[in-house]
Design a protein around this ligand. Structure first.
Ligand SMILES: [Zn+2]
Ligand SMILES: [Zn+2]
Length: 346
């Protein structure tokens, strides 16, 4: 068994180095996974540019959180076995706090996050092994299995937004998360109108089922236009915001019809605010909800979706690069040339 492994270490703003670090050994209830595939995510890109994350990561730190692989070693007291193919989620709730007792797991006061996917091996702590580590069906490739984490957040977002078949749903955002919303909502029988800023990405949205797409850079009076074309001038039944910009949150609210629902899914930078007219909420009865992260039940559902529709979300894995070219992966994402990059070990 190897004692050293190659791993990406984040030292600060845009300073990530591939280094030899100790291979961790699994304790009670833990497992060690040999990583077969890891995927970059918008959160990683933010962390890379900012040099950390207030709650999740303080440099120097291992990072990367979407991964799949093969069990390399197990600690005592787990049912997992060496050699099993698995996908692992990046967090677990504590099952003990005020919110966990109310089944509001995404609000868990002790939510445990796991980072270190851009490496040869990763040790998974007991709460994640117990709740969010899953065996992969044979036909599901490792790289697609990495989509379990982001897709589980999207499933959470959909389940928490009441809607009925045929509803006209506006999805704002053409990154990987926006695309997954387009895909899942279309599959569930909604009429999806997709808004983004890159025509090649909006094309992907149409291939995922969007019935119409609008490039906001090329559309004047976008909010008015959306209202005009939906429900005879009333606006959208549901709006899902996936960009995380306060001004887009405001636009999302303005696109809703009276009685509509707005899911503010994209997390905005800290200490930001947005404004909404009192009329929108009171007289127009627009319902607002914020939805954060995910919970174990949606992680399971996400893996079931990936298994049942293997290959369908592959366009979101834009290319594959070796660990040594992680920098390049972030460049491709910055330039909007990649939704996600699959990182493999050499
Ligand atoms: Zn992610
Ligand atoms: Zn908790």
């Amino acid at each position: 068994m190897k004692t050293k492994m190659r791993s990406a270490v984040l030292y600060g703003k845009e300073d990530v180095r591939i280094e030899a670090v100790e291979v961790p050994s699994p304790g009670e209830g833990e497992v060690l996974i040999r990583i077969e595939s890891a995927a970059t995510c918008g959160t990683d890109l933010k962390v890379f540019h900012r040099g950390g994350h207030a709650r999740m990561l303080r440099p120097p730190t291992l990072f990367g959180h979407e991964f799949s692989g093969v069990i390399e070693a197990v600690g005592e007291g787990t049912n997992f076995k060496v050699g099993q193919r698995v996908a692992c989620h990046n967090s677990a709730p504590c099952r003990e706090c005020f919110y966990c007792n109310r089944a509001q797991y995404s609000l868990c006061e002790n939510l445990l996050f796991l980072n270190g996917a851009f490496a040869e091996f990763i040790k998974v702590p007991e709460p994640i092994v117990a709740l969010n580590l899953h065996l992969l069906p044979d036909h599901l490739p490792f790289d697609e299995a990495c989509l379990m984490e982001p897709l589980s957040c999207v499933v959470h977002g959909v389940e928490r937004t009441p809607m009925i078949v045929g509803d006209k749903v506006v999805v704002i955002g053409d990154g990987a998360i926006g695309q997954m919303f387009v895909w899942l909502l279309s599959m569930r029988g909604m009429e999806v109108i997709h808004i983004g800023s890159h025509s090649h990405r909006l094309e992907t949205g149409r291939s995922f089922g969007a019935s119409q797409s609008l490039n906001y850079r090329e559309t004047e009076h976008l909010v008015d236009k959306i209202r005009r074309i939906l429900n005879s001038g009333r606006g959208a039944d549901v709006v899902i915001e996936c960009t995380g910009k306060p001004q887009v949150w405001e636009a999302a609210l303005q696109m809703s019809r009276p009685g509509g629902k707005v899911n503010l899914f994209g997390g905005c930078p800290r200490d930001t605010k947005f404004s909404v007219s009192t009329e929108t909420i009171h007289y127009n009865e627009v319902a607002l909800s914020g939805v954060f992260h995910t919970t174990p039940q949606y992680v399971k559902q996400a893996l079931e979706l990936l298994s049942a529709h293997s290959g369908k979300l592959r366009p979101l894995l834009s290319c594959e690069l070796p660990l040594s070219e992680l920098h390049r992966a972030f460049e491709l994402m910055d330039d909007r040339k990649a939704f996600k990059v699959s990182i493999r070990n050499e």
